[in-house]
Each structure stands twice: as C-alpha cells, then as structure tokens.
Design a protein around this ligand. Sequence first.
Ligand code: ADP
Length: 258
Amino acid sequence: ISQVLNNLLSNAIKFTPEQGEIELCFKLEEQQEERLKINVTVKDSGIGITPEQQVKIFDAFEQVDGSISRSYEGTGLGLSIAWNIVNLMGGEITIESEAGKGTVFSFNMMLGYCADGHARAEEVYACESYDFSGKTLLLAEDIDINQEIVKAILQEAHVNVVAAANGRETVQYFAENPEKYDLIFMDVHMPEMDGYEATRRIRELENPKAKTVPIIAMTANVFKEDVEKCLAAGMNDHIGKPLDFNMVLQKMRQYIIK
Ligand code: ADP
C-alpha cells in the first residue's frame, strides 16, 4: 500500500504547481467479519491528463508527454507498478482527470484484519511482520517490468534483491558468491539459458551451498508436468504467475532460515 501511495502522491506533487492542492482520503467502504474493503483517493489540482492519455497511463514506460515528463524526470514505470500491485491485492485502480484542472486516482482493496488480535491461521500474514533484513535473494527474470514489480512488492520485507536477466547471469552471480544468497526465484523461460538449465548448472557447482540453496520457480506454467519438470531440474518449489504477493512472502518464510 505504501508503494502505491508513494507513487500516486509523488506524481500529484510532481504535476501540481506550487499554489495547488493535494488531498489524500481513506474511506471504509465495506466491513465484513474479518475483511475490510477500503477506498483510497489521491486528488490534485495539477496539470491534468487528457482522455486519450488516460487510456495508456497504466502501461509500462508510458509518459504523457516526453518533453513535460523529461523536465519532471521519471521512468513511466510507477503507475504500471501501482496498477499491478493493486491488482495482485485483488483491487482496482481508476483515474478521473481533466486537462488543466487536476486528477483523481483512486483504488480499492480487500484487506484481512485482526480486530481482537486473533487472526485466523491462513490470515496470519496480515498481522505478522515479514522482516528479512540481512537476507539476499537472487531474482532470475528477463522482463524489466516484472523485476521492478517483484522488487517493489518486496521492498517492505527489507530483503536485498539481486536481479539477473537470464539463466547464464544467474549461474554466474551465484557461482561468484554462493554464500551471499539465501534463496533464488527462478523464471523458467528466459533468453540465452532457461531456468531449468540454470538450476541444473547451479546444483552441479562444487560449493556445498549450491546443493542446498532453495530455488523456487516463478512461472505462468502451472500444469502438473511443468511443476514436475521444475522439481526434476533441481528446484524446490514453484509459484504461479501472476504472482500472489502473499504466496511469495509465505514461500520466503518457509525457505529462508532466519
Ligand atoms: P513517472 O512519473 O516515473 O514518469 P508514472 O507511471 O508514475 O511514471 O507516470 C506516468 C506519467 O503519467 C507521468 O510521466 C505523467 O505524464 C502522467 N501522470 C501521472 N500522474 C499524474 C498526475 N497526478 N497529474 C498529471 N499527470 C500525471
């Protein structure tokens, strides 16, 4: 949530002149026994976004106007990451805007909560802190935006993430310093060397850590044969894509020995 808020608020500040106004508003939309639906809006009185521009605004690397954005700097990734995070958390993010008048971004999310401090077992994650300070994971992922998303969602877990762009790099980084890594998240389909081959090569390395480091596949292929292929290559486990953030944290808890 803080990652999404950071992006929306810093954009509001970036694209609103000094005398303008920015408003952040939280609303409880629905309260069920153990779930809350919240709605958050970030409203600014800034330069606004035209309807044509709004259509593309959540796409990766999209900036409304190269010249304006260049003077404000940025990558065009923030909103795409925010959109993905909100989606992964089962919500939606929407935009209302008028050029020259201002912009309202709003998103909603269903959250588990623990009013009496007794969370249900499967919702313990909502109350527990996931602090992996001092731990390092190696992320094998060839698509930049996916790397950014995983890094962004793991920021709160304080884990150090080293990203590799293909299987060859993953083997190389691990071989250079096996003791450094507590876990490897391995995309399966990557250029140069795929995740299966990279896993086999890591397991064949001399260093004892190469046999024990947990390797978890991250892939959209979730058929039984695919999972078996991952295990046969020497991986320990598997997470399906699109990623469920809570599942990622759960696997980290399971495999990273604190
Ligand atoms: P970045 O800010 O890093 O360029 P974002 O994905 O966060 O990337 O934003 C993409 C583009 O959307 C920005 O470059 C800007 O053109 C436009 N934009 C985002 N938020 C606002 C806003 N509150 N008001 C006007 N334009 C905005």
